[in-house]
Design a protein around this ligand. Sequence first.
Ligand code: SAH
Length: 370
Amino acid sequence: MNETNRHLDNSVNSANAVSSANSVLLTRAEILRWLRESDEKKLAELWQQADATRQQRVGDAVHLRALVEISNHCIRKCSYCGLHVDHQNLTRYRMNTDEILACAHEAVEFGYGTIVMQSGEDYGLTKTFISDVVRRIKSETPLAITLSLGERMNNELIEWRKAGADRYLLRFETSNPQLYEAIHPSLPNRQSDRFAILRFLQQLGYETGSGIMVGIPGQRFDTLADDIVAFGELDLDMIGIGPYISHPDTPLAKKNDIYTSLDSQEQVPNSELMTYKAVALTRLVCPHANIPSTTALATINRETGRELGLARGANVVMLNLTPVHYRQLYEIYPAKTCITESAEVYRQQLLKSVEAMGRHFGVGPGGTKR
Ligand code: SAH
């Protein structure tokens, strides 16, 4: 048996041996080997294994989420993100309750089971405002509600859960503490600890999601392997993985210091291929998780990125229902796909390719089944 077959085989054996929700099916060394693998034939086995695991563990349904970007205000200085507070020539917006409710009703009309409300870290979206919006969506629609509003206070997270929010997304971005602090500075009097927040969200009973960017300047291969191991240890319900895309109006795009000058052997490329590897390995490590084929992936390969993500481990797609005049202002990175297209047109195109893969759209909220 050659090397590749052996570690695929190990993963199959462990998958059979450990059928509980949280299990690390590959060792860190095996993950690292796959991340450095360049032989297309061997990689084809990884794709196949990820796809088979996806099919066995979460089935053929592709769950759609309606993404509504409710505000682009942000108090943070994340050096990778176009919404960072010092980006001054960006028009800021915050949707009101009626605008958000209209999106929720549209989501129901088009058959979505979940609404994802995402924003910059915007304290203008107050605890009460979000609670009221969550209650109204819950009373007027059957939608599951996912929040992705940044590092909010414990009392806010508690309140929103009580109001009926089902899920929360907060990517840890990278598990390397030095790289994290370099790209995501803490607020002056509050240390940023996304791992602590993720544990708190789990205690509150949220289905909890996290994720990373692939190819952040300064991200080493072994750090990416650690990120994937961390996904398994955290026992996450949802895991979003997209390539880092440079935004010219961000400090990270302009900066050229220690964090941006790794040896090319060590620096993880922000490529499509590396993103597929991370998605496929994550499916093997977290077989039960809901894993989106992300917008960032679809941005770097508009023709087939979404489909290839779905064929290599992913089972979720988030479609943008933000009103078009706001959508273009939610520019976390440039040339984001689906800036002007109608979500409905995109959904119908996606349906064709999903059906061509022998799969179908999921019905209902599409939460994690354990
Ligand atoms: N304020 C929220 C939502 C941020 S946007 C939060 O911080 O959680 C959602 C995700 O987009 C981020 O978590 C990050 O992983 C991703 N993102 C931001 N800038 C990006 C970039 N330049 N390239 C690729 N992904 C990016």
